[in-house]
Design a protein around this ligand. Structure first.
Ligand code: F6R
Length: 260
């Protein structure tokens, strides 16, 4: 794992935006995996700023989001489809036909899951997958103790995640209990994973992901088995890391070509 620690969430968003923009510029027909939630918002703002300054084009990108709530139609303001359109898609030059989210409103959810996996495969697989992390260690909505070999499927949110996500709903009772999410195997097949975390609330999950044993009790820990992961943290989310100074030392001593 490449671990990059910055003083503030703003500085870590800048690093994350640099990683994403570099690969967009380098690779034609890039397939980008995207996340929702609070964490990537600053990074999306920075990518929009680069686009508006004429420095970045998404024209040749295809995107696949990690997850979507079951039962919320795309036009529902609380859906991840709506989130993506208002926080990125409608503000850059992405071709809407090249953007994909799991269909949480499909009449046959199982078929929709299989279809999503097939679409990712047909696109040639994901080049760079952006991830956040839940306070309980989930990635996508693969909650603790779920299979580490899962593929895109309908999952039940934990009570903790429902509480965490309730801030985006008027009434906590309205948070859907079910989601369609890429599975752990789907995420692990991405060629490069970029995980972002900010704030002390994520510190324990971050510690378990990086320094704990690989275990379904912290699904993000499976990333230790991935050949190419970049983790971008702010100081608050990194404060429980035992080897924090070592990660900083490694970053300072990288050869030029080893830098993201
Ligand atoms: C969102 C997703 C989730 C979030 C995680 C953190 O698409 O897959 O795993 O990344 O729940 O959410 P925030 O960023 O709101 O703390």
């Amino acid at each position: 794992m490449e671990i990059l620690i910055r003083d503030t969430p703003e500085a870590s968003a800048q690093v994350a935006a640099d990683v994403v923009s570099k690969i967009i510029r380098e690779r034609a027909n890039l397939v980008l995996g995207l996340a929702t939630g609070g964490t990537p918002l600053r990074m999306y703002q920075e990518l929009i700023r680069m686009h508006q300054a004429g420095k970045l084009s998404f024209q040749n990108c295809t995107t696949f989001n990690l997850d979507e709530y079951v039962g919320l139609p795309p036009e529902d303001e609380r859906s991840y489809n709506h989130y993506m359109r208002s926080n990125l898609f409608d503000r850059v030059d992405l071709d809407p036909a090249q953007t994909h989210l799991p269909d949480g409103d499909a009449p046959d959810l199982r078929e929709a899951c299989r279809d999503y996996e097939q679409k990712i495969k047909d696109a040639g697989g994901i080049d760079l997958q952006v991830l956040g992390i839940g306070a309980n260690g989930h990635i996508g909505f693969n909650e603790p103790t779920g299979s580490l070999a899962s593929r895109t499927w309908v999952k039940i949110l934990s009570e903790q995640t429902i509480r965490d996500n309730a801030v985006h709903f008027d009434d906590p009772q309205e948070v859907p209990r079910h989601v369609v999410t890429m599975g752990i195997s789907t995420i692990m097949e991405a060629r490069h994973c970029l995980l972002l975390a900010n704030g002390a609330k994520k510190a324990d999950a971050v510690r378990r992901m990086i320094e704990g044993s690989v275990s379904a009790s912290c699904p993000a820990s499976i990333l230790q088995m991935h050949p190419r992961v970049t983790v971008v943290l702010d100081e608050e989310s990194a404060y429980l890391l035992v080897a924090k100074e070592h990660y900083k030392w490694i970053e300072r001593n990288k050869l030029d070509w080893q830098r993201h």
